[in-house]
Design a binder for this molecule. Structure first.
Ligand SMILES: *Cc1c(COP(=O)(O)O)cnc(C)c1O
Length: 228
């Protein structure tokens, strides 16, 4: 049951860790069921699918949509008006486009730098060195409609728990180091600061929490195998 899983997971979350229920490829009805258990933060990874669900579920109060997958620059416009957090800002070019679309909507969109720490080859994400260079460049400071809010990472796709932990540690080390670039938010000011570390999925979220995650992204454990 979706609602049982949500309750089981949220009961185990330490203070300061939030659950992103990853609803991609599951129907709007599954999201309604999760909302019945009090869940309001959902993660999607296709812009048009998110757009459709955003419209279908417009009657639910307080929904927060997070975009968690690779975002193509030409799709940013579909989600810019309402997305709450973009987890996978994986290139300077994408951040520039998010800034442009956010400005059009009169918004500031919080984004996480996607850090590539896993073993697998992928074309997505900054290596820690690239992310460091991007922060050093100061380019992001000119993006008045993007707020860099933290770091997102995925661990290697392996059963080797040690390896997974090492990947998460690298992400956390970068996150902590990057925090020195940002002023800490005023006491009680939830709108500011480089404070989010998004890591952990169905198979590795316990390890991610051990290693300092503040946002876990869980799909399969809540909704079962993806449907379409
Ligand atoms: C699909 C996805 C998830 C959820 O994965 P599960 O293994 O189903 O929990 C988390 N993060 C990202 C970036 C995803 O694309």
């Amino acid at each position: 049951m979706i609602s049982d899983e949500i309750q089981r997971i949220t009961a185990q979350l330490p203070e300061g860790v939030r659950l992103v229920a990853v609803s991609k490829f599951h129907p709007a009805e599954a999201i309604r069921e999760a909302c019945g258990a009090g869940q309001r933060v959902f993660g999607e990874s296709h812009a048009q699918e998110l757009q459709r669900k955003h419209e279908e579920l417009a009657d639910i109060e307080g929904l927060e949509w997070h975009f968690i997958g690779h975002l193509q620059t030409n799709k940013v416009k579909y989600i810019a008006p309402y997305v709450s957090l973009i987890h996978a800002a994986d290139s300077p070019r994408l951040l520039t486009e998010i800034n442009k679309q956010a400005e059009r909507c009169g918004r500031t969109i919080p984004c996480l730098l996607q850090l590539h720490v896993a073993q697998e080859e992928t074309k997505f994400g900054f290596t820690p060195e690239e992310a460091q260079a991007y922060l050093d460049s100061g380019e992001w400071q000119a993006l008045g409609h993007v707020r860099l809010a933290g770091v997102m990472a995925m661990a290697s796709n392996t059963d080797d728990e040690h390896r997974i932990r090492e990947d998460f540690r690298r992400a956390r080390r970068f996150f902590e180091q990057a925090q020195t670039y940002f002023p800490s938010p005023a006491e009680g000011d939830k709108a500011g600061g480089f404070t989010e570390l998004s890591m952990g999925m169905s198979d590795d979220w316990h390890i991610a929490i051990d290693e300092g995650s503040t946002l876990i992204r869980i799909g399969t454990q809540i909704f079962g195998e993806r449907q379409y």
